[in-house]
Write a new protein. Sequence first.
Length: 201
Amino acid sequence: MAALDSIKTIVVVMMENRSFDHLLGYLSLPPGNRTDVDGLSTDPGWLQRFTNFDNGQPIPPFLSLDPYDMPDDFDPPHERPNMALNLGSLQDGVYPMNGFVSAIPASVATDPGVRKLVMSYFGAEQVPASDFFARNFAICDRWFSAIPAGTQPNRLMSMSGYSRIDLNHDILPSQDLVYDWLTAQGVMTKTAPSLTTSRRP
C-alpha cells in the first residue's frame, strides 16, 4: 500500500460507441508496425475475415480522414439484441463479427456512404490526443465492452464489476460501486454520488 500513498489522482476515461480498433488499431499498421499491439492488419486473410457486407457490397475496415464525418443523427441502436446482430451467429465457438453494417435499421440510415462509417477507423492525425497517450503510456489492446449491451450496463460493469441489468433503464438498480469499496478500505473519504436515481439523458 505504500506505493499507493503517492497516487493522488486516478483518471478513468470511459468512451461510448468506440472500439480499440476504431481509435488505436492503426498502431499495428505501417508506418508504426507495432508488434506489441493487437490492432488492425493489412493481411488479406485478416481483411477478408472482418469485411462486412451491406446489401451485397463488401465493406472492409477503412481509414476515415475526417473525425467529424459522423452525421449528428446517425446513432445505430446498441442494446443487447442489437449487439447480438452485430456479432453474428456463433460458429465453432467464435462470433464472426459480420453484422455491424447490415444490422443498422433503415430508420437510422439508408445512405450506403453513411452506413459504412461503422467500419471506419482513425489514424494518428485524426486522434492526436489518443495517439499521444498511446505513445507515452501503457495501453490495453484487448479493449472490449464488458458485456455486449448498451451504455448503462457497461457503465455499471466498469464501476462495479457486475451489472444487474443488460438493457438501459430510466432508473438504475441499487448496487455497490468501486467507490463504496474504496471508501470502506479507507482509500477514499467520500463516496461518489449515488447512481441509484440516475436517469438516461
